[in-house]
Structures are given as C-alpha cells and as structure tokens.
Design a binder for this molecule. Structure first.
Ligand code: SF4
Length: 204
C-alpha cells in the first residue's frame, strides 16, 4: 500500500519503543504505558525488573513497594492492583506463562483489547493492530475509518491493510501521530502523506 510505503520512508525506524526482555516483561510494560510515555515506562521498568520480573516475584512483592516503584508512571494505584491481580491469574490459570490468544489475554486484569493486540503482534508475531489514541485519531484523519469505537477502527484497519503489514501499520500510525499528526495541531504542511489524506484534501 502506497500509504505505508510513504510512512516507512518517513519513519524507517518506527517500532515498539518499550524495552523488555521477554513477553512477561512486555506485558507489564504495556500495562504501565496507559496514559504514560514509553520513555517514562522504560525508565521505571529498568529498576522495577531488577526487583521483580516474573509473575511469581510480582505476587511476592508488597503492593506498597510496587506502588512506590511505578508511581511516576501515573495511575499507579490502579496499575499496581491490576499487575498484582494479573500475576495471580497468570500463575493460577496459565502456569506462569503469558497466553497467546486474544480470548485468554483479555481475561487478565488490566488487559483490554488494545494491550492484547500489542502482545499478539509484538510478543507473538501474530497479525494484530492495536488501536490506541494515536492510531484512532490518525486513522480517522487519513480517512481509513469513521468508526466510533476502537473496535470499529480496528475492524476497518484490518480490512485496509494486508495481514503481513499489520505490525508495521500499527507502529507507523503511532509514530505519525506522535511526530506529525498531533491531536491539537497536525503539522499538515510537513506531512509525508498529505496527498493521500482525506482531512487535508477537504481543507483545500
Ligand atoms: S495531512 Fe494533516 S491531518 Fe492528514 S495525516 Fe497528515 S498531518 Fe494528519
């Protein structure tokens, strides 16, 4: 797809910016990344994973200590409670491993469809597009979807791209949203895909 080619040219290094050593660490990082920057999450997990980096170790960790360690990510009380519950579920139901299906992932505390899609795509190499706030906004502006909900947009993007491109599409749309197609003031003049954009063509 021409759109993806142009975005790849503009952002050749677009990829997952969270730093993790295995799928469990990625899961914790994605839970922590809600309403937080990846950079901040990486700073926090660098120290956090020295203290605990298995479901068993998180279960054993005192929740007040966990809250202290993740506080700077924001929403830390909710995130700590979700991580504790999630780790209990992982050990009780899944033998300490992170499951690799949407149906199982969304049963875990703190894991919605967006987080599950990140896990499927990034950790397990399965075709999935996670719709976060950037992907939602950019998909609408480009005219790829007029869906009212993230699920609607996910469905439209799944139809718009080839399965083998889902992973690239996800990271390229996020990067474009962060670097150019900003929420408040999109930088349309410098946009690498302006000629393909439904919003830009309406404005002209
Ligand atoms: S032209 Fe503007 S609105 Fe369209 S994708 Fe580019 S930055 Fe976003």
């Amino acid at each position: 797809m021409e759109l993806l080619e142009e975005l790849k040219n503009a952002y050749p290094d677009a990829t997952c910016e969270l730093e993790y050593g295995n799928e469990f660490e990625l899961l914790i990082s994605v839970i922590l990344s809600a309403q937080c920057t990846d950079k901040r999450v990486n700073t926090v997990t660098k120290e956090l994973f020295k203290v605990a980096n298995t479901p068993q170790a998180f279960r054993a960790l005192d929740i007040a200590e966990l809250e202290r360690l993740i506080k700077s990510c924001g929403l830390y009380k909710n995130k700590a409670a979700n991580i504790k519950s999630c780790c209990r579920e992982l050990t009780d139901k899944y033998g300490g491993r992170v499951p690799d299906t949407m149906e199982e992932l969304i049963t875990l505390s703190g894991v919605g469809r967006k987080t599950a899609n990140v896990m499927l795509s990034v950790a397990f190499g399965k075709p999935a597009i996670a719709v976060d706030t950037h992907v939602f906004r950019v998909a609408h502006r480009l005219g790829l979807s007029d869906g009212k909900t993230p699920n609607d947009v996910e469905r439209d993007l799944n139809a718009a791209f080839r399965q083998e491109d889902y992973r690239d599409a996800h990271f390229l749309l996020i990067r474009h949203g962060r670097d150019c197609c900003h929420a408040r003031k999109p930088n349309c003049e410098a946009c690498p895909v302006r000629v393909m954009c439904a919003t830009a063509s309406r404005a002209e």
